[in-house]
Every structure is written in C-alpha cells, then in structure tokens.
Write a protein that binds this ligand. Structure first.
Ligand code: SF4
Length: 379
C-alpha cells in the first residue's frame, strides 16, 4: 500500500502568516504542472525506473492534494492526476475506494467544481476556513468571507462529498477581538466530520513578522494560545469530536487516513515542488521552487533536492514524537523511565499500558520529547 502526497504550490496571494513553499500566480500553469508531476511519477514519458511509481504496482491507499491551493487547478487537471496516478496501482482508485483528499479554499468551491471533483474520485475535502469572522479573514489576507465557507460546505455535500474537514487558526493577537468560542460553534453547526486547529505562529519574513517588527500588531500571546487550545478540547469533545492527534479532531470514523499514515511512521511518496517522501529509513525532499522543480523534471533530472538517512536513534525518537502526537500514545515499555514530573503535572497519563499526552501535555509536546531524548541519552 502506498500513501501519495501531491504538492500544488500555487496561490493567488500570500496570506499574512504563511511561509509555505508557494508560487503566487494570477494564471495557474495547470498543464505544465500536471505534466511535470506525471513525469516525476514515471508516466507518460519518463522511464518508470527513473520515476517514483512503485515498480510492483502496489495499490495506492490514499492520495492527498495539498498546497498551496490545489483547488486552483482546473477540475480536469485533478481528474487527470487521479486517473494517471491510479492507473499504475492495482486496483485503481475507482475500485478501491481509498481516501482522496483535496485541500480547497472556500472561494473555489462552486457546485460545478464540487461535482467535477467528486466525479474525479475526490471523496474528502479539507477547507481552509480559518475563521468565521470577516474582519479576521481580511487581516489574514484570505480571499474568502465566512459566508463562502458555509456555501462551500453545502456545495460539497450536494455533490456527494460528506467527509469535510475545516482548518481553523487560533491564538490570534488580542486586538483582533476574535471570538474563538463562536468560531468553534459555527464550525460545529456546519456538522463537518473533521477539524484541524492550528495555533498562529510568527514565521520569519512573512507579512505578520513585518507588522510585528514595526509595531503595527502585537505578537500572539502564549497564554491566549494555551487557553484557546484547551477551550477547543472542552467544547468539541462535548459535541462528539475526538482529538486523535495534537491538532486534529474528528467525528467517529472520520480520521484522516493519509495523515494518520504519517503519524504512525508509515512510508509515503511525495510529488511536486517541496514534496517530501519517506521509505521507512530515508527522507527525501524535492526542490522547493516551482520553476527549479519544473526545469529539473523537464530535463530528465531528479527533482530531489536532498535526503537524510535516519539513524536508529533518530528513528526511535521520531517514533516517540509521532506516537505522543496521537491519541494512541506509546507503549509504557518504550519509555526508559517515566519522568515523574511529567505525570505529576498532568501532562502524561498511562491508560491500558500506553503513555498518552493529556491536552495540557499536547501543549507542551516539544518539552516532553526533549525530556525523553535526554532520558535516552542518559542510558
Ligand atoms: S492559501 Fe494556504 S498556502 Fe496559500 S498563502 Fe494562504 S496559507 Fe499559504
């Protein structure tokens, strides 16, 4: 089984907080992009041996179109990618019913697009809603308003796509007076199956970073971040969502299968600029810039920029980190010793022989993993 990620780097503008690898374009070079990704995969022109297509034709379990803004690709482009990427798999996507996720911005979700995506095989859509407050959306430089998110959810459902995730950002600067509880309630009212909640971080060289440097806005506040994160846990668990990962909550049966593969350390393949791949021991990543990636693939060169082979120690630590991100946690036996402060402070709990983070622990995941790595170093 394979998990395939396709990075679609294009956006119409850059959001105020975003430092992702994107290419801001008024006109999306859809044809060139589809052709480059298929060449990297090993079809139609590129020799399969040079492409990433699995030579054993093993089935694709999930495909995830992430970005950037994948919903800017015309639906025919998405259909062509699903068809061709799935062609080398046995059975093909239509028969296997695997998860195919498309990240979409609400303004791109028209009834026609939603129907075309569904016809192409897309059965899960992750919407970049971020907030239901139009003032906040403007501040973020988003190009949609709250009403468009509501209409997008309806259009997806009408097209037969029931598995819908919303992204929301919390921990915004105080002066925005964002009502986080109201946003959570609005998300719940839409009855989406999945929510991804991300705390605002200030990345270097973003518009947000510049605003803070010149005093035009205040940096996000750690206390607010923690408070809103815990409010989300409380409020969402009451209405049936389960946090199955530090930033992700779902209704029963609607966990992201693709992202769950990452968190359980399974191999995955990435196509497109800046996409990462992992074969269980080595991580590889592609050239970040769209033009550099396109040229490399067109000239028959590898799109891989670099790679790192994980040592056994690194893999063990990574497994600990990934395990603690999820509700499954880690077997007690995976700990050299259980650091008493971590449990005493309510950051970790032991349930059925497994060590798991509490919501307070998830807020401090990096510190916990640091402690674990020191423990390991001491043995
Ligand atoms: S739409 Fe997403 S990827 Fe594009 S600029 Fe905004 S946050 Fe970044």
């Amino acid at each position: 089984m394979q998990h395939l990620y396709v990075h679609v780097p294009f956006c119409v503008r850059r959001c105020s907080y975003c430092d992702f690898s994107i290419a801001v374009r008024k006109r999306i070079p859809a044809r060139e992009f589809v052709s480059a990704v298929l060449s990297e995969w090993g079809v139609p022109d590129g020799p399969a041996a040079r492409g990433k297509r699995p030579v054993d034709g093993s089935a694709l379990e999930t495909i995830y179109f992430g970005g950037g803004t994948p919903s800017l690709l015309p639906p025919e482009g998405i259909a062509a990618l699903v068809r061709e990427l799935g062609r080398s798999a046995d059975p093909g996507p239509a028969a296997w019913g695997g998860e195919i996720t498309l990240e979409a911005n609400p303004e791109d979700v028209t009834p026609d697009h939603a129907r075309a995506w569904r016809a192409a095989g897309v059965n899960r859509v992750s919407l970049g809603a971020q907030s239901f407050d139009d003032t906040v959306l403007k501040w973020m430089h988003r190009s949609h308003d709250a009403a468009q998110t509501t209409r997008a959810v309806q259009a997806l459902r009408d097209a037969g796509i029931e598995n819908i995730s919303l992204d929301l950002i919390f921990g915004l600067p105080e002066e925005l007076k964002r009502n986080w509880e109201r946003d959570l309630d609005m998300a719940h009212a839409l009855r989406t199956t999945h929510l991804s909640l991300y705390g605002l971080t200030v990345e270097p060289r973003t518009p947000l970073d510049r605003w803070i440097s010149r005093g035009a806005t205040r940096a996000p506040d750690d206390d607010r971040y923690a408070e809103e994160y815990l409010i989300a846990h409380e409020r969402l668990s009451v209405v049936g969502y389960q946090f199955y990962e530090v930033s992700n909550a779902s209704m029963p049966g609607f966990r992201s299968q693709h992202n769950s593969a990452y968190w359980s350390g399974r191999p995955y393949l990435g196509l497109g600029p800046a996409a990462h791949s992992f074969d269980g021991t080595t991580r590889r990543w592609n050239l970040r810039a769209w033009e550099a990636y396109r040229r490399a693939v067109a000239e028959g060169r590898s799109a891989v920029e670099s790679e790192e082979r994980l040592t056994e120690e690194q893999r063990a630590l990574e497994q600990a980190y990934l395990g603690l991100r999820t509700i499954e946690g880690l077997p007690v036996t995976a700990f050299a010793r259980l650091r008493p402060p971590l449990t005493a402070q309510g950051w970790l709990e032991v349930v059925d022989g497994r060590v798991k983070c509490t919501p307070e622990g998830w807020l401090r995941l990096d510190s916990i993993v640091n402690e674990i790595s020191h423990d390991r170093a001491a043995y």
